[in-house]
Design a protein around this ligand. Structure first.
Ligand code: 3HC
Length: 699
């Protein structure tokens, strides 16, 4: 018997407990162990039923995702889970699955191969494979519609969201919710001597071909909107729709074909990279695991504007009382009114109970003084990007906060060390770059200054968990990881327009590639006045890599600040819907003529290469300089903060998929044509020469 599955007996029931921490994934040995347990039960006359459950914090969280790369490379044999589960389902003695924690992916597929399922109320079940660019590959697309109906199966498999135990009970996935001890509940269920009931034999909830196809079409439209560019959701819908025309066995064969195609595709490689990447970024190689963090029981935020208000909401949402300071009462009132409106919108959308919203609001205390700051463990400054102003606030905070409290700055570009230098505690100064809107966006860039202490870095990284953020550690440089790379990316977008492309062409090329928004539309959203101010501040602080003037400065000088002024790269109506503006087209051609910029047309492919290769080349520099710890940190920043689709895996993963030799060839060509800004990063040259990817490089 496999050690991964522990077998005990009680009251004529064989209990098989999966013991494969941390999440009881179906690593090699687990499914075999379960099958062996079922066979053992079959051979033992004293046993009348089998209960399968998970030890530790969860039932089975799915196939072992780490195995997938080995399967694709041929190091491990293909997944044989469906066949093993079919044998478990064939058991002549009832098999009862007892679920706590999560039954996800192969975990739910295992559960559905049992004859009955009982669950505790806090459990969740789901088929999240699409989030890894896959479809269920162990019968999920065939058993789930038989248990829960075609519509529910399509929703769960195509969108990938799990459902609660209560919902699973309502739709037929779960047969009973157990109050109290799960094992006792499962044994009580077994004692009722239920008859064997095989999911694969159920037919009542299946639909005919027309109905199935209609539903599939509805979900295809929804996926086109919500999961644009992804192929796995469409494959999952095809597999489920096939239940109308194929036998169970043929359906399983069809599912396997589609699963294998997804597994061998670039999208799943990219999404699995992101899955592990989101966990890797929390691991900081130079911080010993035992580094003690500082408690954060109370917080303070300076600046009640969009960013400050959003950050205060993050603390309140985590149950941490927070002071919100601004200089004048009207500014503070405006900030609090926005926060209230945001909470009210969440209540209206059913995301929050009214009482919860009130509780959270009550945790935010507005103030125009530094009174009470002495009790806060962390203060986050969130005023606009001006070094002098930030330094003044840090002097005030240094006086107002107790020794040992953390002073954080929500800067998106500025030098943390300059800010820390005006305080008496540079060790306790750290950058926390939230993304707008701060209460929604998942990314938090934590920026370490030259003196920031390990405990403060660890605390800021750890704080991401209660705030429900993904923290990525960055070194200190102009723009850190995200905005430093975004600079050349946007510069190329602007240059392309100056050289003859239209703004829509550039944006559409990037959105067709998968970006949530095009770079110029992002400029309009963030405000061209904001990027202008950042450029000026950077020039003032002598950052020579910034071009002195671009066409974007012309737009700024004309008061075209973007969405906020209804005019920017585009023209906006009262609902902020963008349309192309012939005036911009006219202005840019005029600008190009004055500047002597040659005009030509561009293909989408050329646009994508220009803009993305600039991003990748800068990313390579960040790695060399140690600003980003690993290439995956850059990828996670771009997927969670800049709208890069997970199915591309982030810019550095994408570079590997294209091939670094090809990327380098492009960069060299642009260097020859466009000048020194395109100097290839030495790391890109080195890895291209060695035939490696960024992921294969380590410091
Ligand atoms: N395989 C391998 N490792 C896994 C795993 C899996 N299915 N699920 C989680 N892990 C690892 C994580 O990488 C992490 O490792 P680390 O500690 O070394 O970083 C560790 O387990 C703990 O995971 P989390 O930090 O995510 O723990 P949480 O408690 O926050 O979340 C969870 C638990 C909800 C189960 C979450 O881990 C999760 O969503 N896992 C993925 C579930 C999934 O996608 N299942 C489908 C797999 S594909 C499949 O089953 C195909 C089938 O149809 C054939």
């Amino acid at each position: 018997m496999s050690e991964l599955v522990q077998v005990t007996r009680r009251d004529g029931v064989l209990i098989a407990a999966v013991n494969n921490p941390p999440v009881n994934a179906l690593s090699p040995g687990v499914p075999e162990g379960l099958l062996a347990a079922v066979r053992e039960a079959a051979a033992d006359d004293a046993i009348h039923a089998v209960v399968i459950l998970g030890t530790g914090r969860t039932f089975i969280a799915g196939a072992d995702i780490r195995e997938f790369a080995r399967i694709v490379s041929g190091e491990a044999p293909p997944l044989n889970l469906a066949a093993l589960l079919e044998e478990i389902e064939s058991s002549a003695k009832p098999v009862i699955m007892a679920i706590h924690g999560s039954a996800l992916g192969g975990g739910l597929e295992t559960a559905m191969a049992g004859h009955y399922r009982v669950a505790v109320a806090s459990a969740q079940v789901g088929q999240p494979e699409v989030k890894l660019g896959l479809i269920p590959g162990a019968g999920g697309t065939q058993r789930l519609p038989r248990l829960a109906g075609v519509e529910q199966a399509m929703r769960m498999c195509a969108l990938g969201e799990p459902v609660t135990a209560a919902d699973a009970l309502a739709c037929g996935i779960v047969d009973r919710i157990v109050e109290g001890d799960l094992l006792e509940g499962a044994l009580a269920f077994a004692a009722e001597r239920p008859a064997v009931r095989r999911t694969r034999e159920l037919q009542e909830k299946l639909l005919d071909a027309t109905q199935s196809e209609q539903l599939a079409e509805t979900f295809r439209t929804e996926c086109g909107r919500k999961l644009r560019g992804q192929s796995a959701p469409l494959a999952a819908l095809d597999a489920i729709a096939a239940t109308a025309r194929l036998s169970f066995a043929d359906g399983i064969a069809y599912e396997r074909e589609l699963f294998d195609a997804c597994l061998r595709g670039a999208q799943s490689r990219a999404m699995i990279h992101v899955f592990f990447g989101e966990r890797t970024v929390a691991k900081i190689p130079f911080l010993p695991k035992e580094t003690a963090t500082l408690p954060v029981r109370r917080a303070a935020v300076v600046g009640a504007g969009t960013m400050g208000g959003g950050i205060a909401m993050c603390f309140a949402n985590a149950g941490i009382p927070v002071l919100l300071k601004d200089t004048t009462q009207p500014a503070l009132d405006r900030g609090m009114a926005t926060i209230r409106r945001n909470y009210e919108a969440s209540v209206r959308k059913g995301r929050l109970a009214a009482a919860q919203a009130e509780q959270r609001l009550a945790l935010i205390t507005p103030t125009v003084q530094y009174d009470g700051f002495g009790e806060a463990d962390i203060a986050v400054e969130a005023v606009f990007e001006e070094m002098k102003l930030k330094q003044q606030i840090f002097r005030d905070l240094d006086r107002a906060m107790r020794p040992g409290a953390i002073l954080a700055t929500n800067t998106s570009t500025l030098d943390i060390d300059f800010i820390a230098a005006v305080t008496s505690r540079p060790k306790f100064v750290v950058g926390t770059h939230f993304f707008s809107p701060a209460n929604v966006m998942r990314l938090l860039e934590v920026v370490r200054g030259k003196d920031t202490s390990p405990a403060v870095i660890a605390t800021a990284m750890e704080l991401a968990k209660p705030l429900k953020k993904i923290a990525v550690l960055s070194g200190n440089c102009f723009g850190f990881i995200g905005n430093r790379m975004f600079g050349p990316y946007r510069e190329q977008a602007v240059s392309l327009v100056e050289e003859g492309a239209t703004a829509q062409q550039v944006d559409e090329a990037l959105t067709s590639w998968g970006m949530a928004m095009g770079p110029l539309a992002v400029g309009d959203l963030a405000g061209l006045d904001v990027s202008w101010r950042v450029r000026q501040e950077a020039l003032r602080l002598r950052r020579p890599h910034l071009e002195p003037k671009t066409f974007e400065d012309v737009l700024y000088e004309l008061g075209r600040y973007g969405q906020k002024s209804s005019l920017g790269w585009y023209r906006y109506d009262e609902n902020r819907r963008a349309t192309a503006d012939p005036e911009v087209e006219h202005l840019v051609r005029e600008y190009a003529a004055v500047q002597g910029i040659a005009q030509r047309t561009f293909t989408s492919q050329e646009i994508v290469e220009r803009v993305l290769y600039a991003l990748i080349n800068e990313g390579a520099r960040l790695l060399e300089e140690g600003i980003a710890l690993r290439s995956v940190d850059i990828d996670i920043v771009y997927v969670n903060g800049y709208g890069c689709p997970a199915w591309r895996g982030g810019p550095m993963h994408y570079a590997g998929a294209v091939g670094l030799a090809k990327v380098l060839e492009g960069v060299r060509k642009f260097h020859d044509e466009l000048g020194p800004a395109w100097k290839p990063a030495p790391l890109l040259e080195q890895l291209a020469r060695e035939g490696k990817t960024f992921e294969q490089w380590s410091r």
